[in-house]
Design a binder for this molecule. Structure first.
Ligand code: 13P
Length: 262
């Protein structure tokens, strides 16, 4: 354990799934389970079209709203884009930046990640900055070098205060949607590395308070052993966040681990 025990932080990235009605239904069921969450931070990230519906379904609950991406300008002629102030206006508190699917399919680079992180902070959103290696990089022993690159280039020029408003997510690309989870040991190794880098750059306090999430085929069955690792503060969940039972199960298992170990 590093610093004080941290309650779980679990975010559901719904990706490009669910209609507005389905989103309302799922958000309502998760909000209703609120008393079970024991002070955990829970964030739902629906597609843009359902942000308003999910915001309404979460009213009066402790479950927070997030978006999956943003553009770095506030407004203007940028067809198809959505800005930080718009997300704030829609009720978001968090936004994903640099998800591997954005990097892989939509040309997101470390430089655009940096611009988006800056825009998120300016809008008063907490960015969840995603990093992770592809299988070839892992097999070539270049996992930590890749993570270092993403952190160094994506976070170049940010102050300690800004770093403290960020959340980090380690998502090994080979574990996303594949059913292959990083073992607790594999994930912990990278999480500890990220925390070390934060300590080197911004000091012990900043590093020990940083929230570092794991993502990649998280399910109720692996939530507990992953959360028991010292540097894993919670999860960024894809597929299993589309079912209330499995998402709630992940939070429940993480809470059990927190209560047992931390
Ligand atoms: P899966 O949980 O479906 O592997 O997705 C992980 C992810 O990409 C969350 O952002």
């Amino acid at each position: 354990m590093i610093g004080t025990p941290r309650v779980p932080f679990v975010a559901g990235n719904w990706k490009m799934n669910l209609t507005r009605a389905e989103s309302r239904e799922l958000a309502g069921r998760i909000a209703a389970a609120g008393p079970e969450f024991g002070g955990s931070t829970i964030v739902l990230m629906p597609p843009f079209t359902a942000l308003g519906d999910v915001a309404a379904a979460l009213t009066g609950s402790d479950v927070a709203l997030g978006a999956q991406d943003l553009f770095w300008e506030d407004r203007g002629a940028y067809t198809g884009e959505v800005s930080g102030p718009m997300l704030k206006d829609a009720g978001c508190a968090y936004v994903l930046v640099g998800h591997s699917e954005r990097r892989q399919y939509f040309g997101e680079t470390d430089a655009t990640v940096g611009r988006k992180v800056r825009a998120a902070l300016k809008a008063g959103l907490r960015p969840i900055v995603c990093v992770g290696e592809v299988l070839e990089e892992r097999e070539a022993g270049r996992t930590t070098a890749r993570i270092d690159d993403q952190l160094a280039r994506g976070l170049d020029g940010f102050s300690r205060d800004e770093i403290e408003r960020m959340i980090f997510a380690y998502e090994p690309v080979w574990a996303i949607g594949t059913g292959k989870t990083a073992s607790p040991g594999q994930a912990e190794e990278v999480h500890a590395h990220i925390r070390r880098r934060l300590e080197e750059g911004y000091g012990k306090t900043t590093a020990s308070c940083a929230i570092i999430l794991y993502g990649g085929s998280v399910k109720p069955a692996n939530s507990n052993p992953l959360f028991k690792e010292k540097n894993i503060d919670g999860f960024l969940v894809g597929g299993a966040s589309l079912e209330a039972e499995s998402f709630i199960g992940i939070v429940r298992e993480a809470l059990l681990a927190y209560r047992e170990e931390k």
